[in-house]
Design a protein around this ligand. Structure first.
Ligand SMILES: Cc1cc2nc3c(=O)[nH]c(=O)nc-3n(C[C@H](O)[C@H](O)[C@H](O)COP(=O)(O)OP(=O)(O)OC[C@H]3O[C@@H](n4cnc5c(N)ncnc54)[C@H](O)[C@@H]3O)c2cc1C
Length: 309
């Protein structure tokens, strides 16, 4: 019987493992389907992790985390968690290879991944002008023009965020109405340097060896093609929340989730199911930053130690 099963070995899961084992929990296993480190390992530059002054790759930032976090007894099981159920006070975790584990408490730290819009050049220029994170990359375009692609709450909020840093933001949307809260739409409309480019499809992002130089959009009404000459294109067309292990046989979730499938937690990272916690990008209202995910992991662990007793 494990004291704690941590699902996911990104910044949230690793930090929770460090705090839980250093805080006295004995049997703590972190289930990670790949190498520990999480999605920041895909980033070519991060410069907003406090204490790390220089721009570095995500790989460089994370290289010492596993060793430090496993120093106090955290075990790493390289496996993918398929399902989690609760029977009485005990959680049962089944891996995709059929292996089973029991735990007194579970921390979900599997994150969420941005959806792709699917236009030409999106993959080719990802990390070289195409981004899915304004907080991470907006600063690199300070004083420049950028495009934001999407029409939901996140796209509009991020367009407003970028409008404060950039000289101009083109808000590119395939419809002429937005799926966002009225107050968010109002904020966006009040920003003088946001130009709405609606009812268009993105044909391609183009560029050269240095990165993105522009975006080709096509009017759905007239078929007219327009080039937006920007060095940055931010894509916000939704996220896949990696909550599959929480799905129960009857189609319900093991704990409450919101419409997007993000796990609802309180300030202790406790979910609606006793003993089940969530931290990092998978939870509601996550800032989706490494430092925040790590903070969540620590908060969860401190409270799990108290819960396990
Ligand atoms: C390209 C890019 C650039 C970024 N730039 C920055 C930046 O500059 N600054 C910043 O602060 N943040 C940045 N971020 C965001 C940051 O990476 C995330 O906010 C952070 O990694 C979230 O941590 P997490 O632990 O919640 O989840 P993740 O890092 O997503 O880790 C979740 C882990 O869970 C594992 N997993 C998922 N499902 C299962 C399962 N069923 N079983 C076992 N394991 C599973 C995954 O393999 C993954 O390793 C960037 C992200 C990307 C992709």
């Amino acid at each position: 019987m494990l004291d704690l099963a941590i699902v996911g070995g990104g910044p949230a899961g690793l930090t929770a493992g460090l705090y839980a084992t250093r805080g006295g929990l004995k049997e703590v296993v972190m289930f990670e389907k790949g190498m520990p480190g999480g999605q920041i390992m895909d980033s070519s530059e991060i410069e907003n992790y406090p204490g790390q002054g220089n721009i570095m790759t995500g790989m460089e930032l994370m290289q010492n985390w596993p060793e430090q976090c496993q120093k106090f007894g955290l075990k790493h099981e390289m496996n993918q968690v398929d399902t989690i159920v609760k029977e009485g006070e005990t959680f049962k975790l089944t891996m995709v290879d059929g292996k089973e584990f029991e735990a007194k408490a579970v921390l979900m730290a599997t994150g969420s991944v941005p959806k792709k819009a699917g236009f030409a050049g999106e993959d080719k220029f990802f990390g070289r002008g195409v981004s899915t994170c304004a907080t991470c990359d907006g600063f690199f375009y300070k004083g420049k023009e950028v495009a934001v692609i999407g029409g939901g709450d996140t796209a509009l909020e991020e367009a407003v965020y970028l409008a404060k840093l950039c000289s101009k933001v083109y808000l590119v949307h395939r419809r002429d109405t937005y799926r966002a809260a009225p107050s968010t739409i109002e904020h966006m409309k009040n920003a003088e340097n946001i130009e709405e480019v609606t009812n268009v499809t993105v044909e391609e992002v183009f560029g050269d060896a240095s990165g993105v130089t522009g975006l080709k959009v096509k009017s759905k009404e007239t078929g007219e093609i327009r080039d937006l000459n920007v060095p940055g294109a931010f894509v916000f067309v939704g996220r896949d929340v990696l909550n599959a292990p929480l799905k129960q046989e009857d189609g319900s979730f093991l704990c409450d989730v919101n419409e997007q499938g993000e796990v609802i937690v309180d300030l202790k990272m406790q979910t609606s199911t006793k003993g089940l916690y969530a931290a990092g990008d998978i939870r509601i209202d996550a800032a989706k930053q490494v430092v925040c995910a790590a903070g969540d992991g620590a908060t969860a662990a401190v409270n799990i130690i108290e819960y396990v007793g």
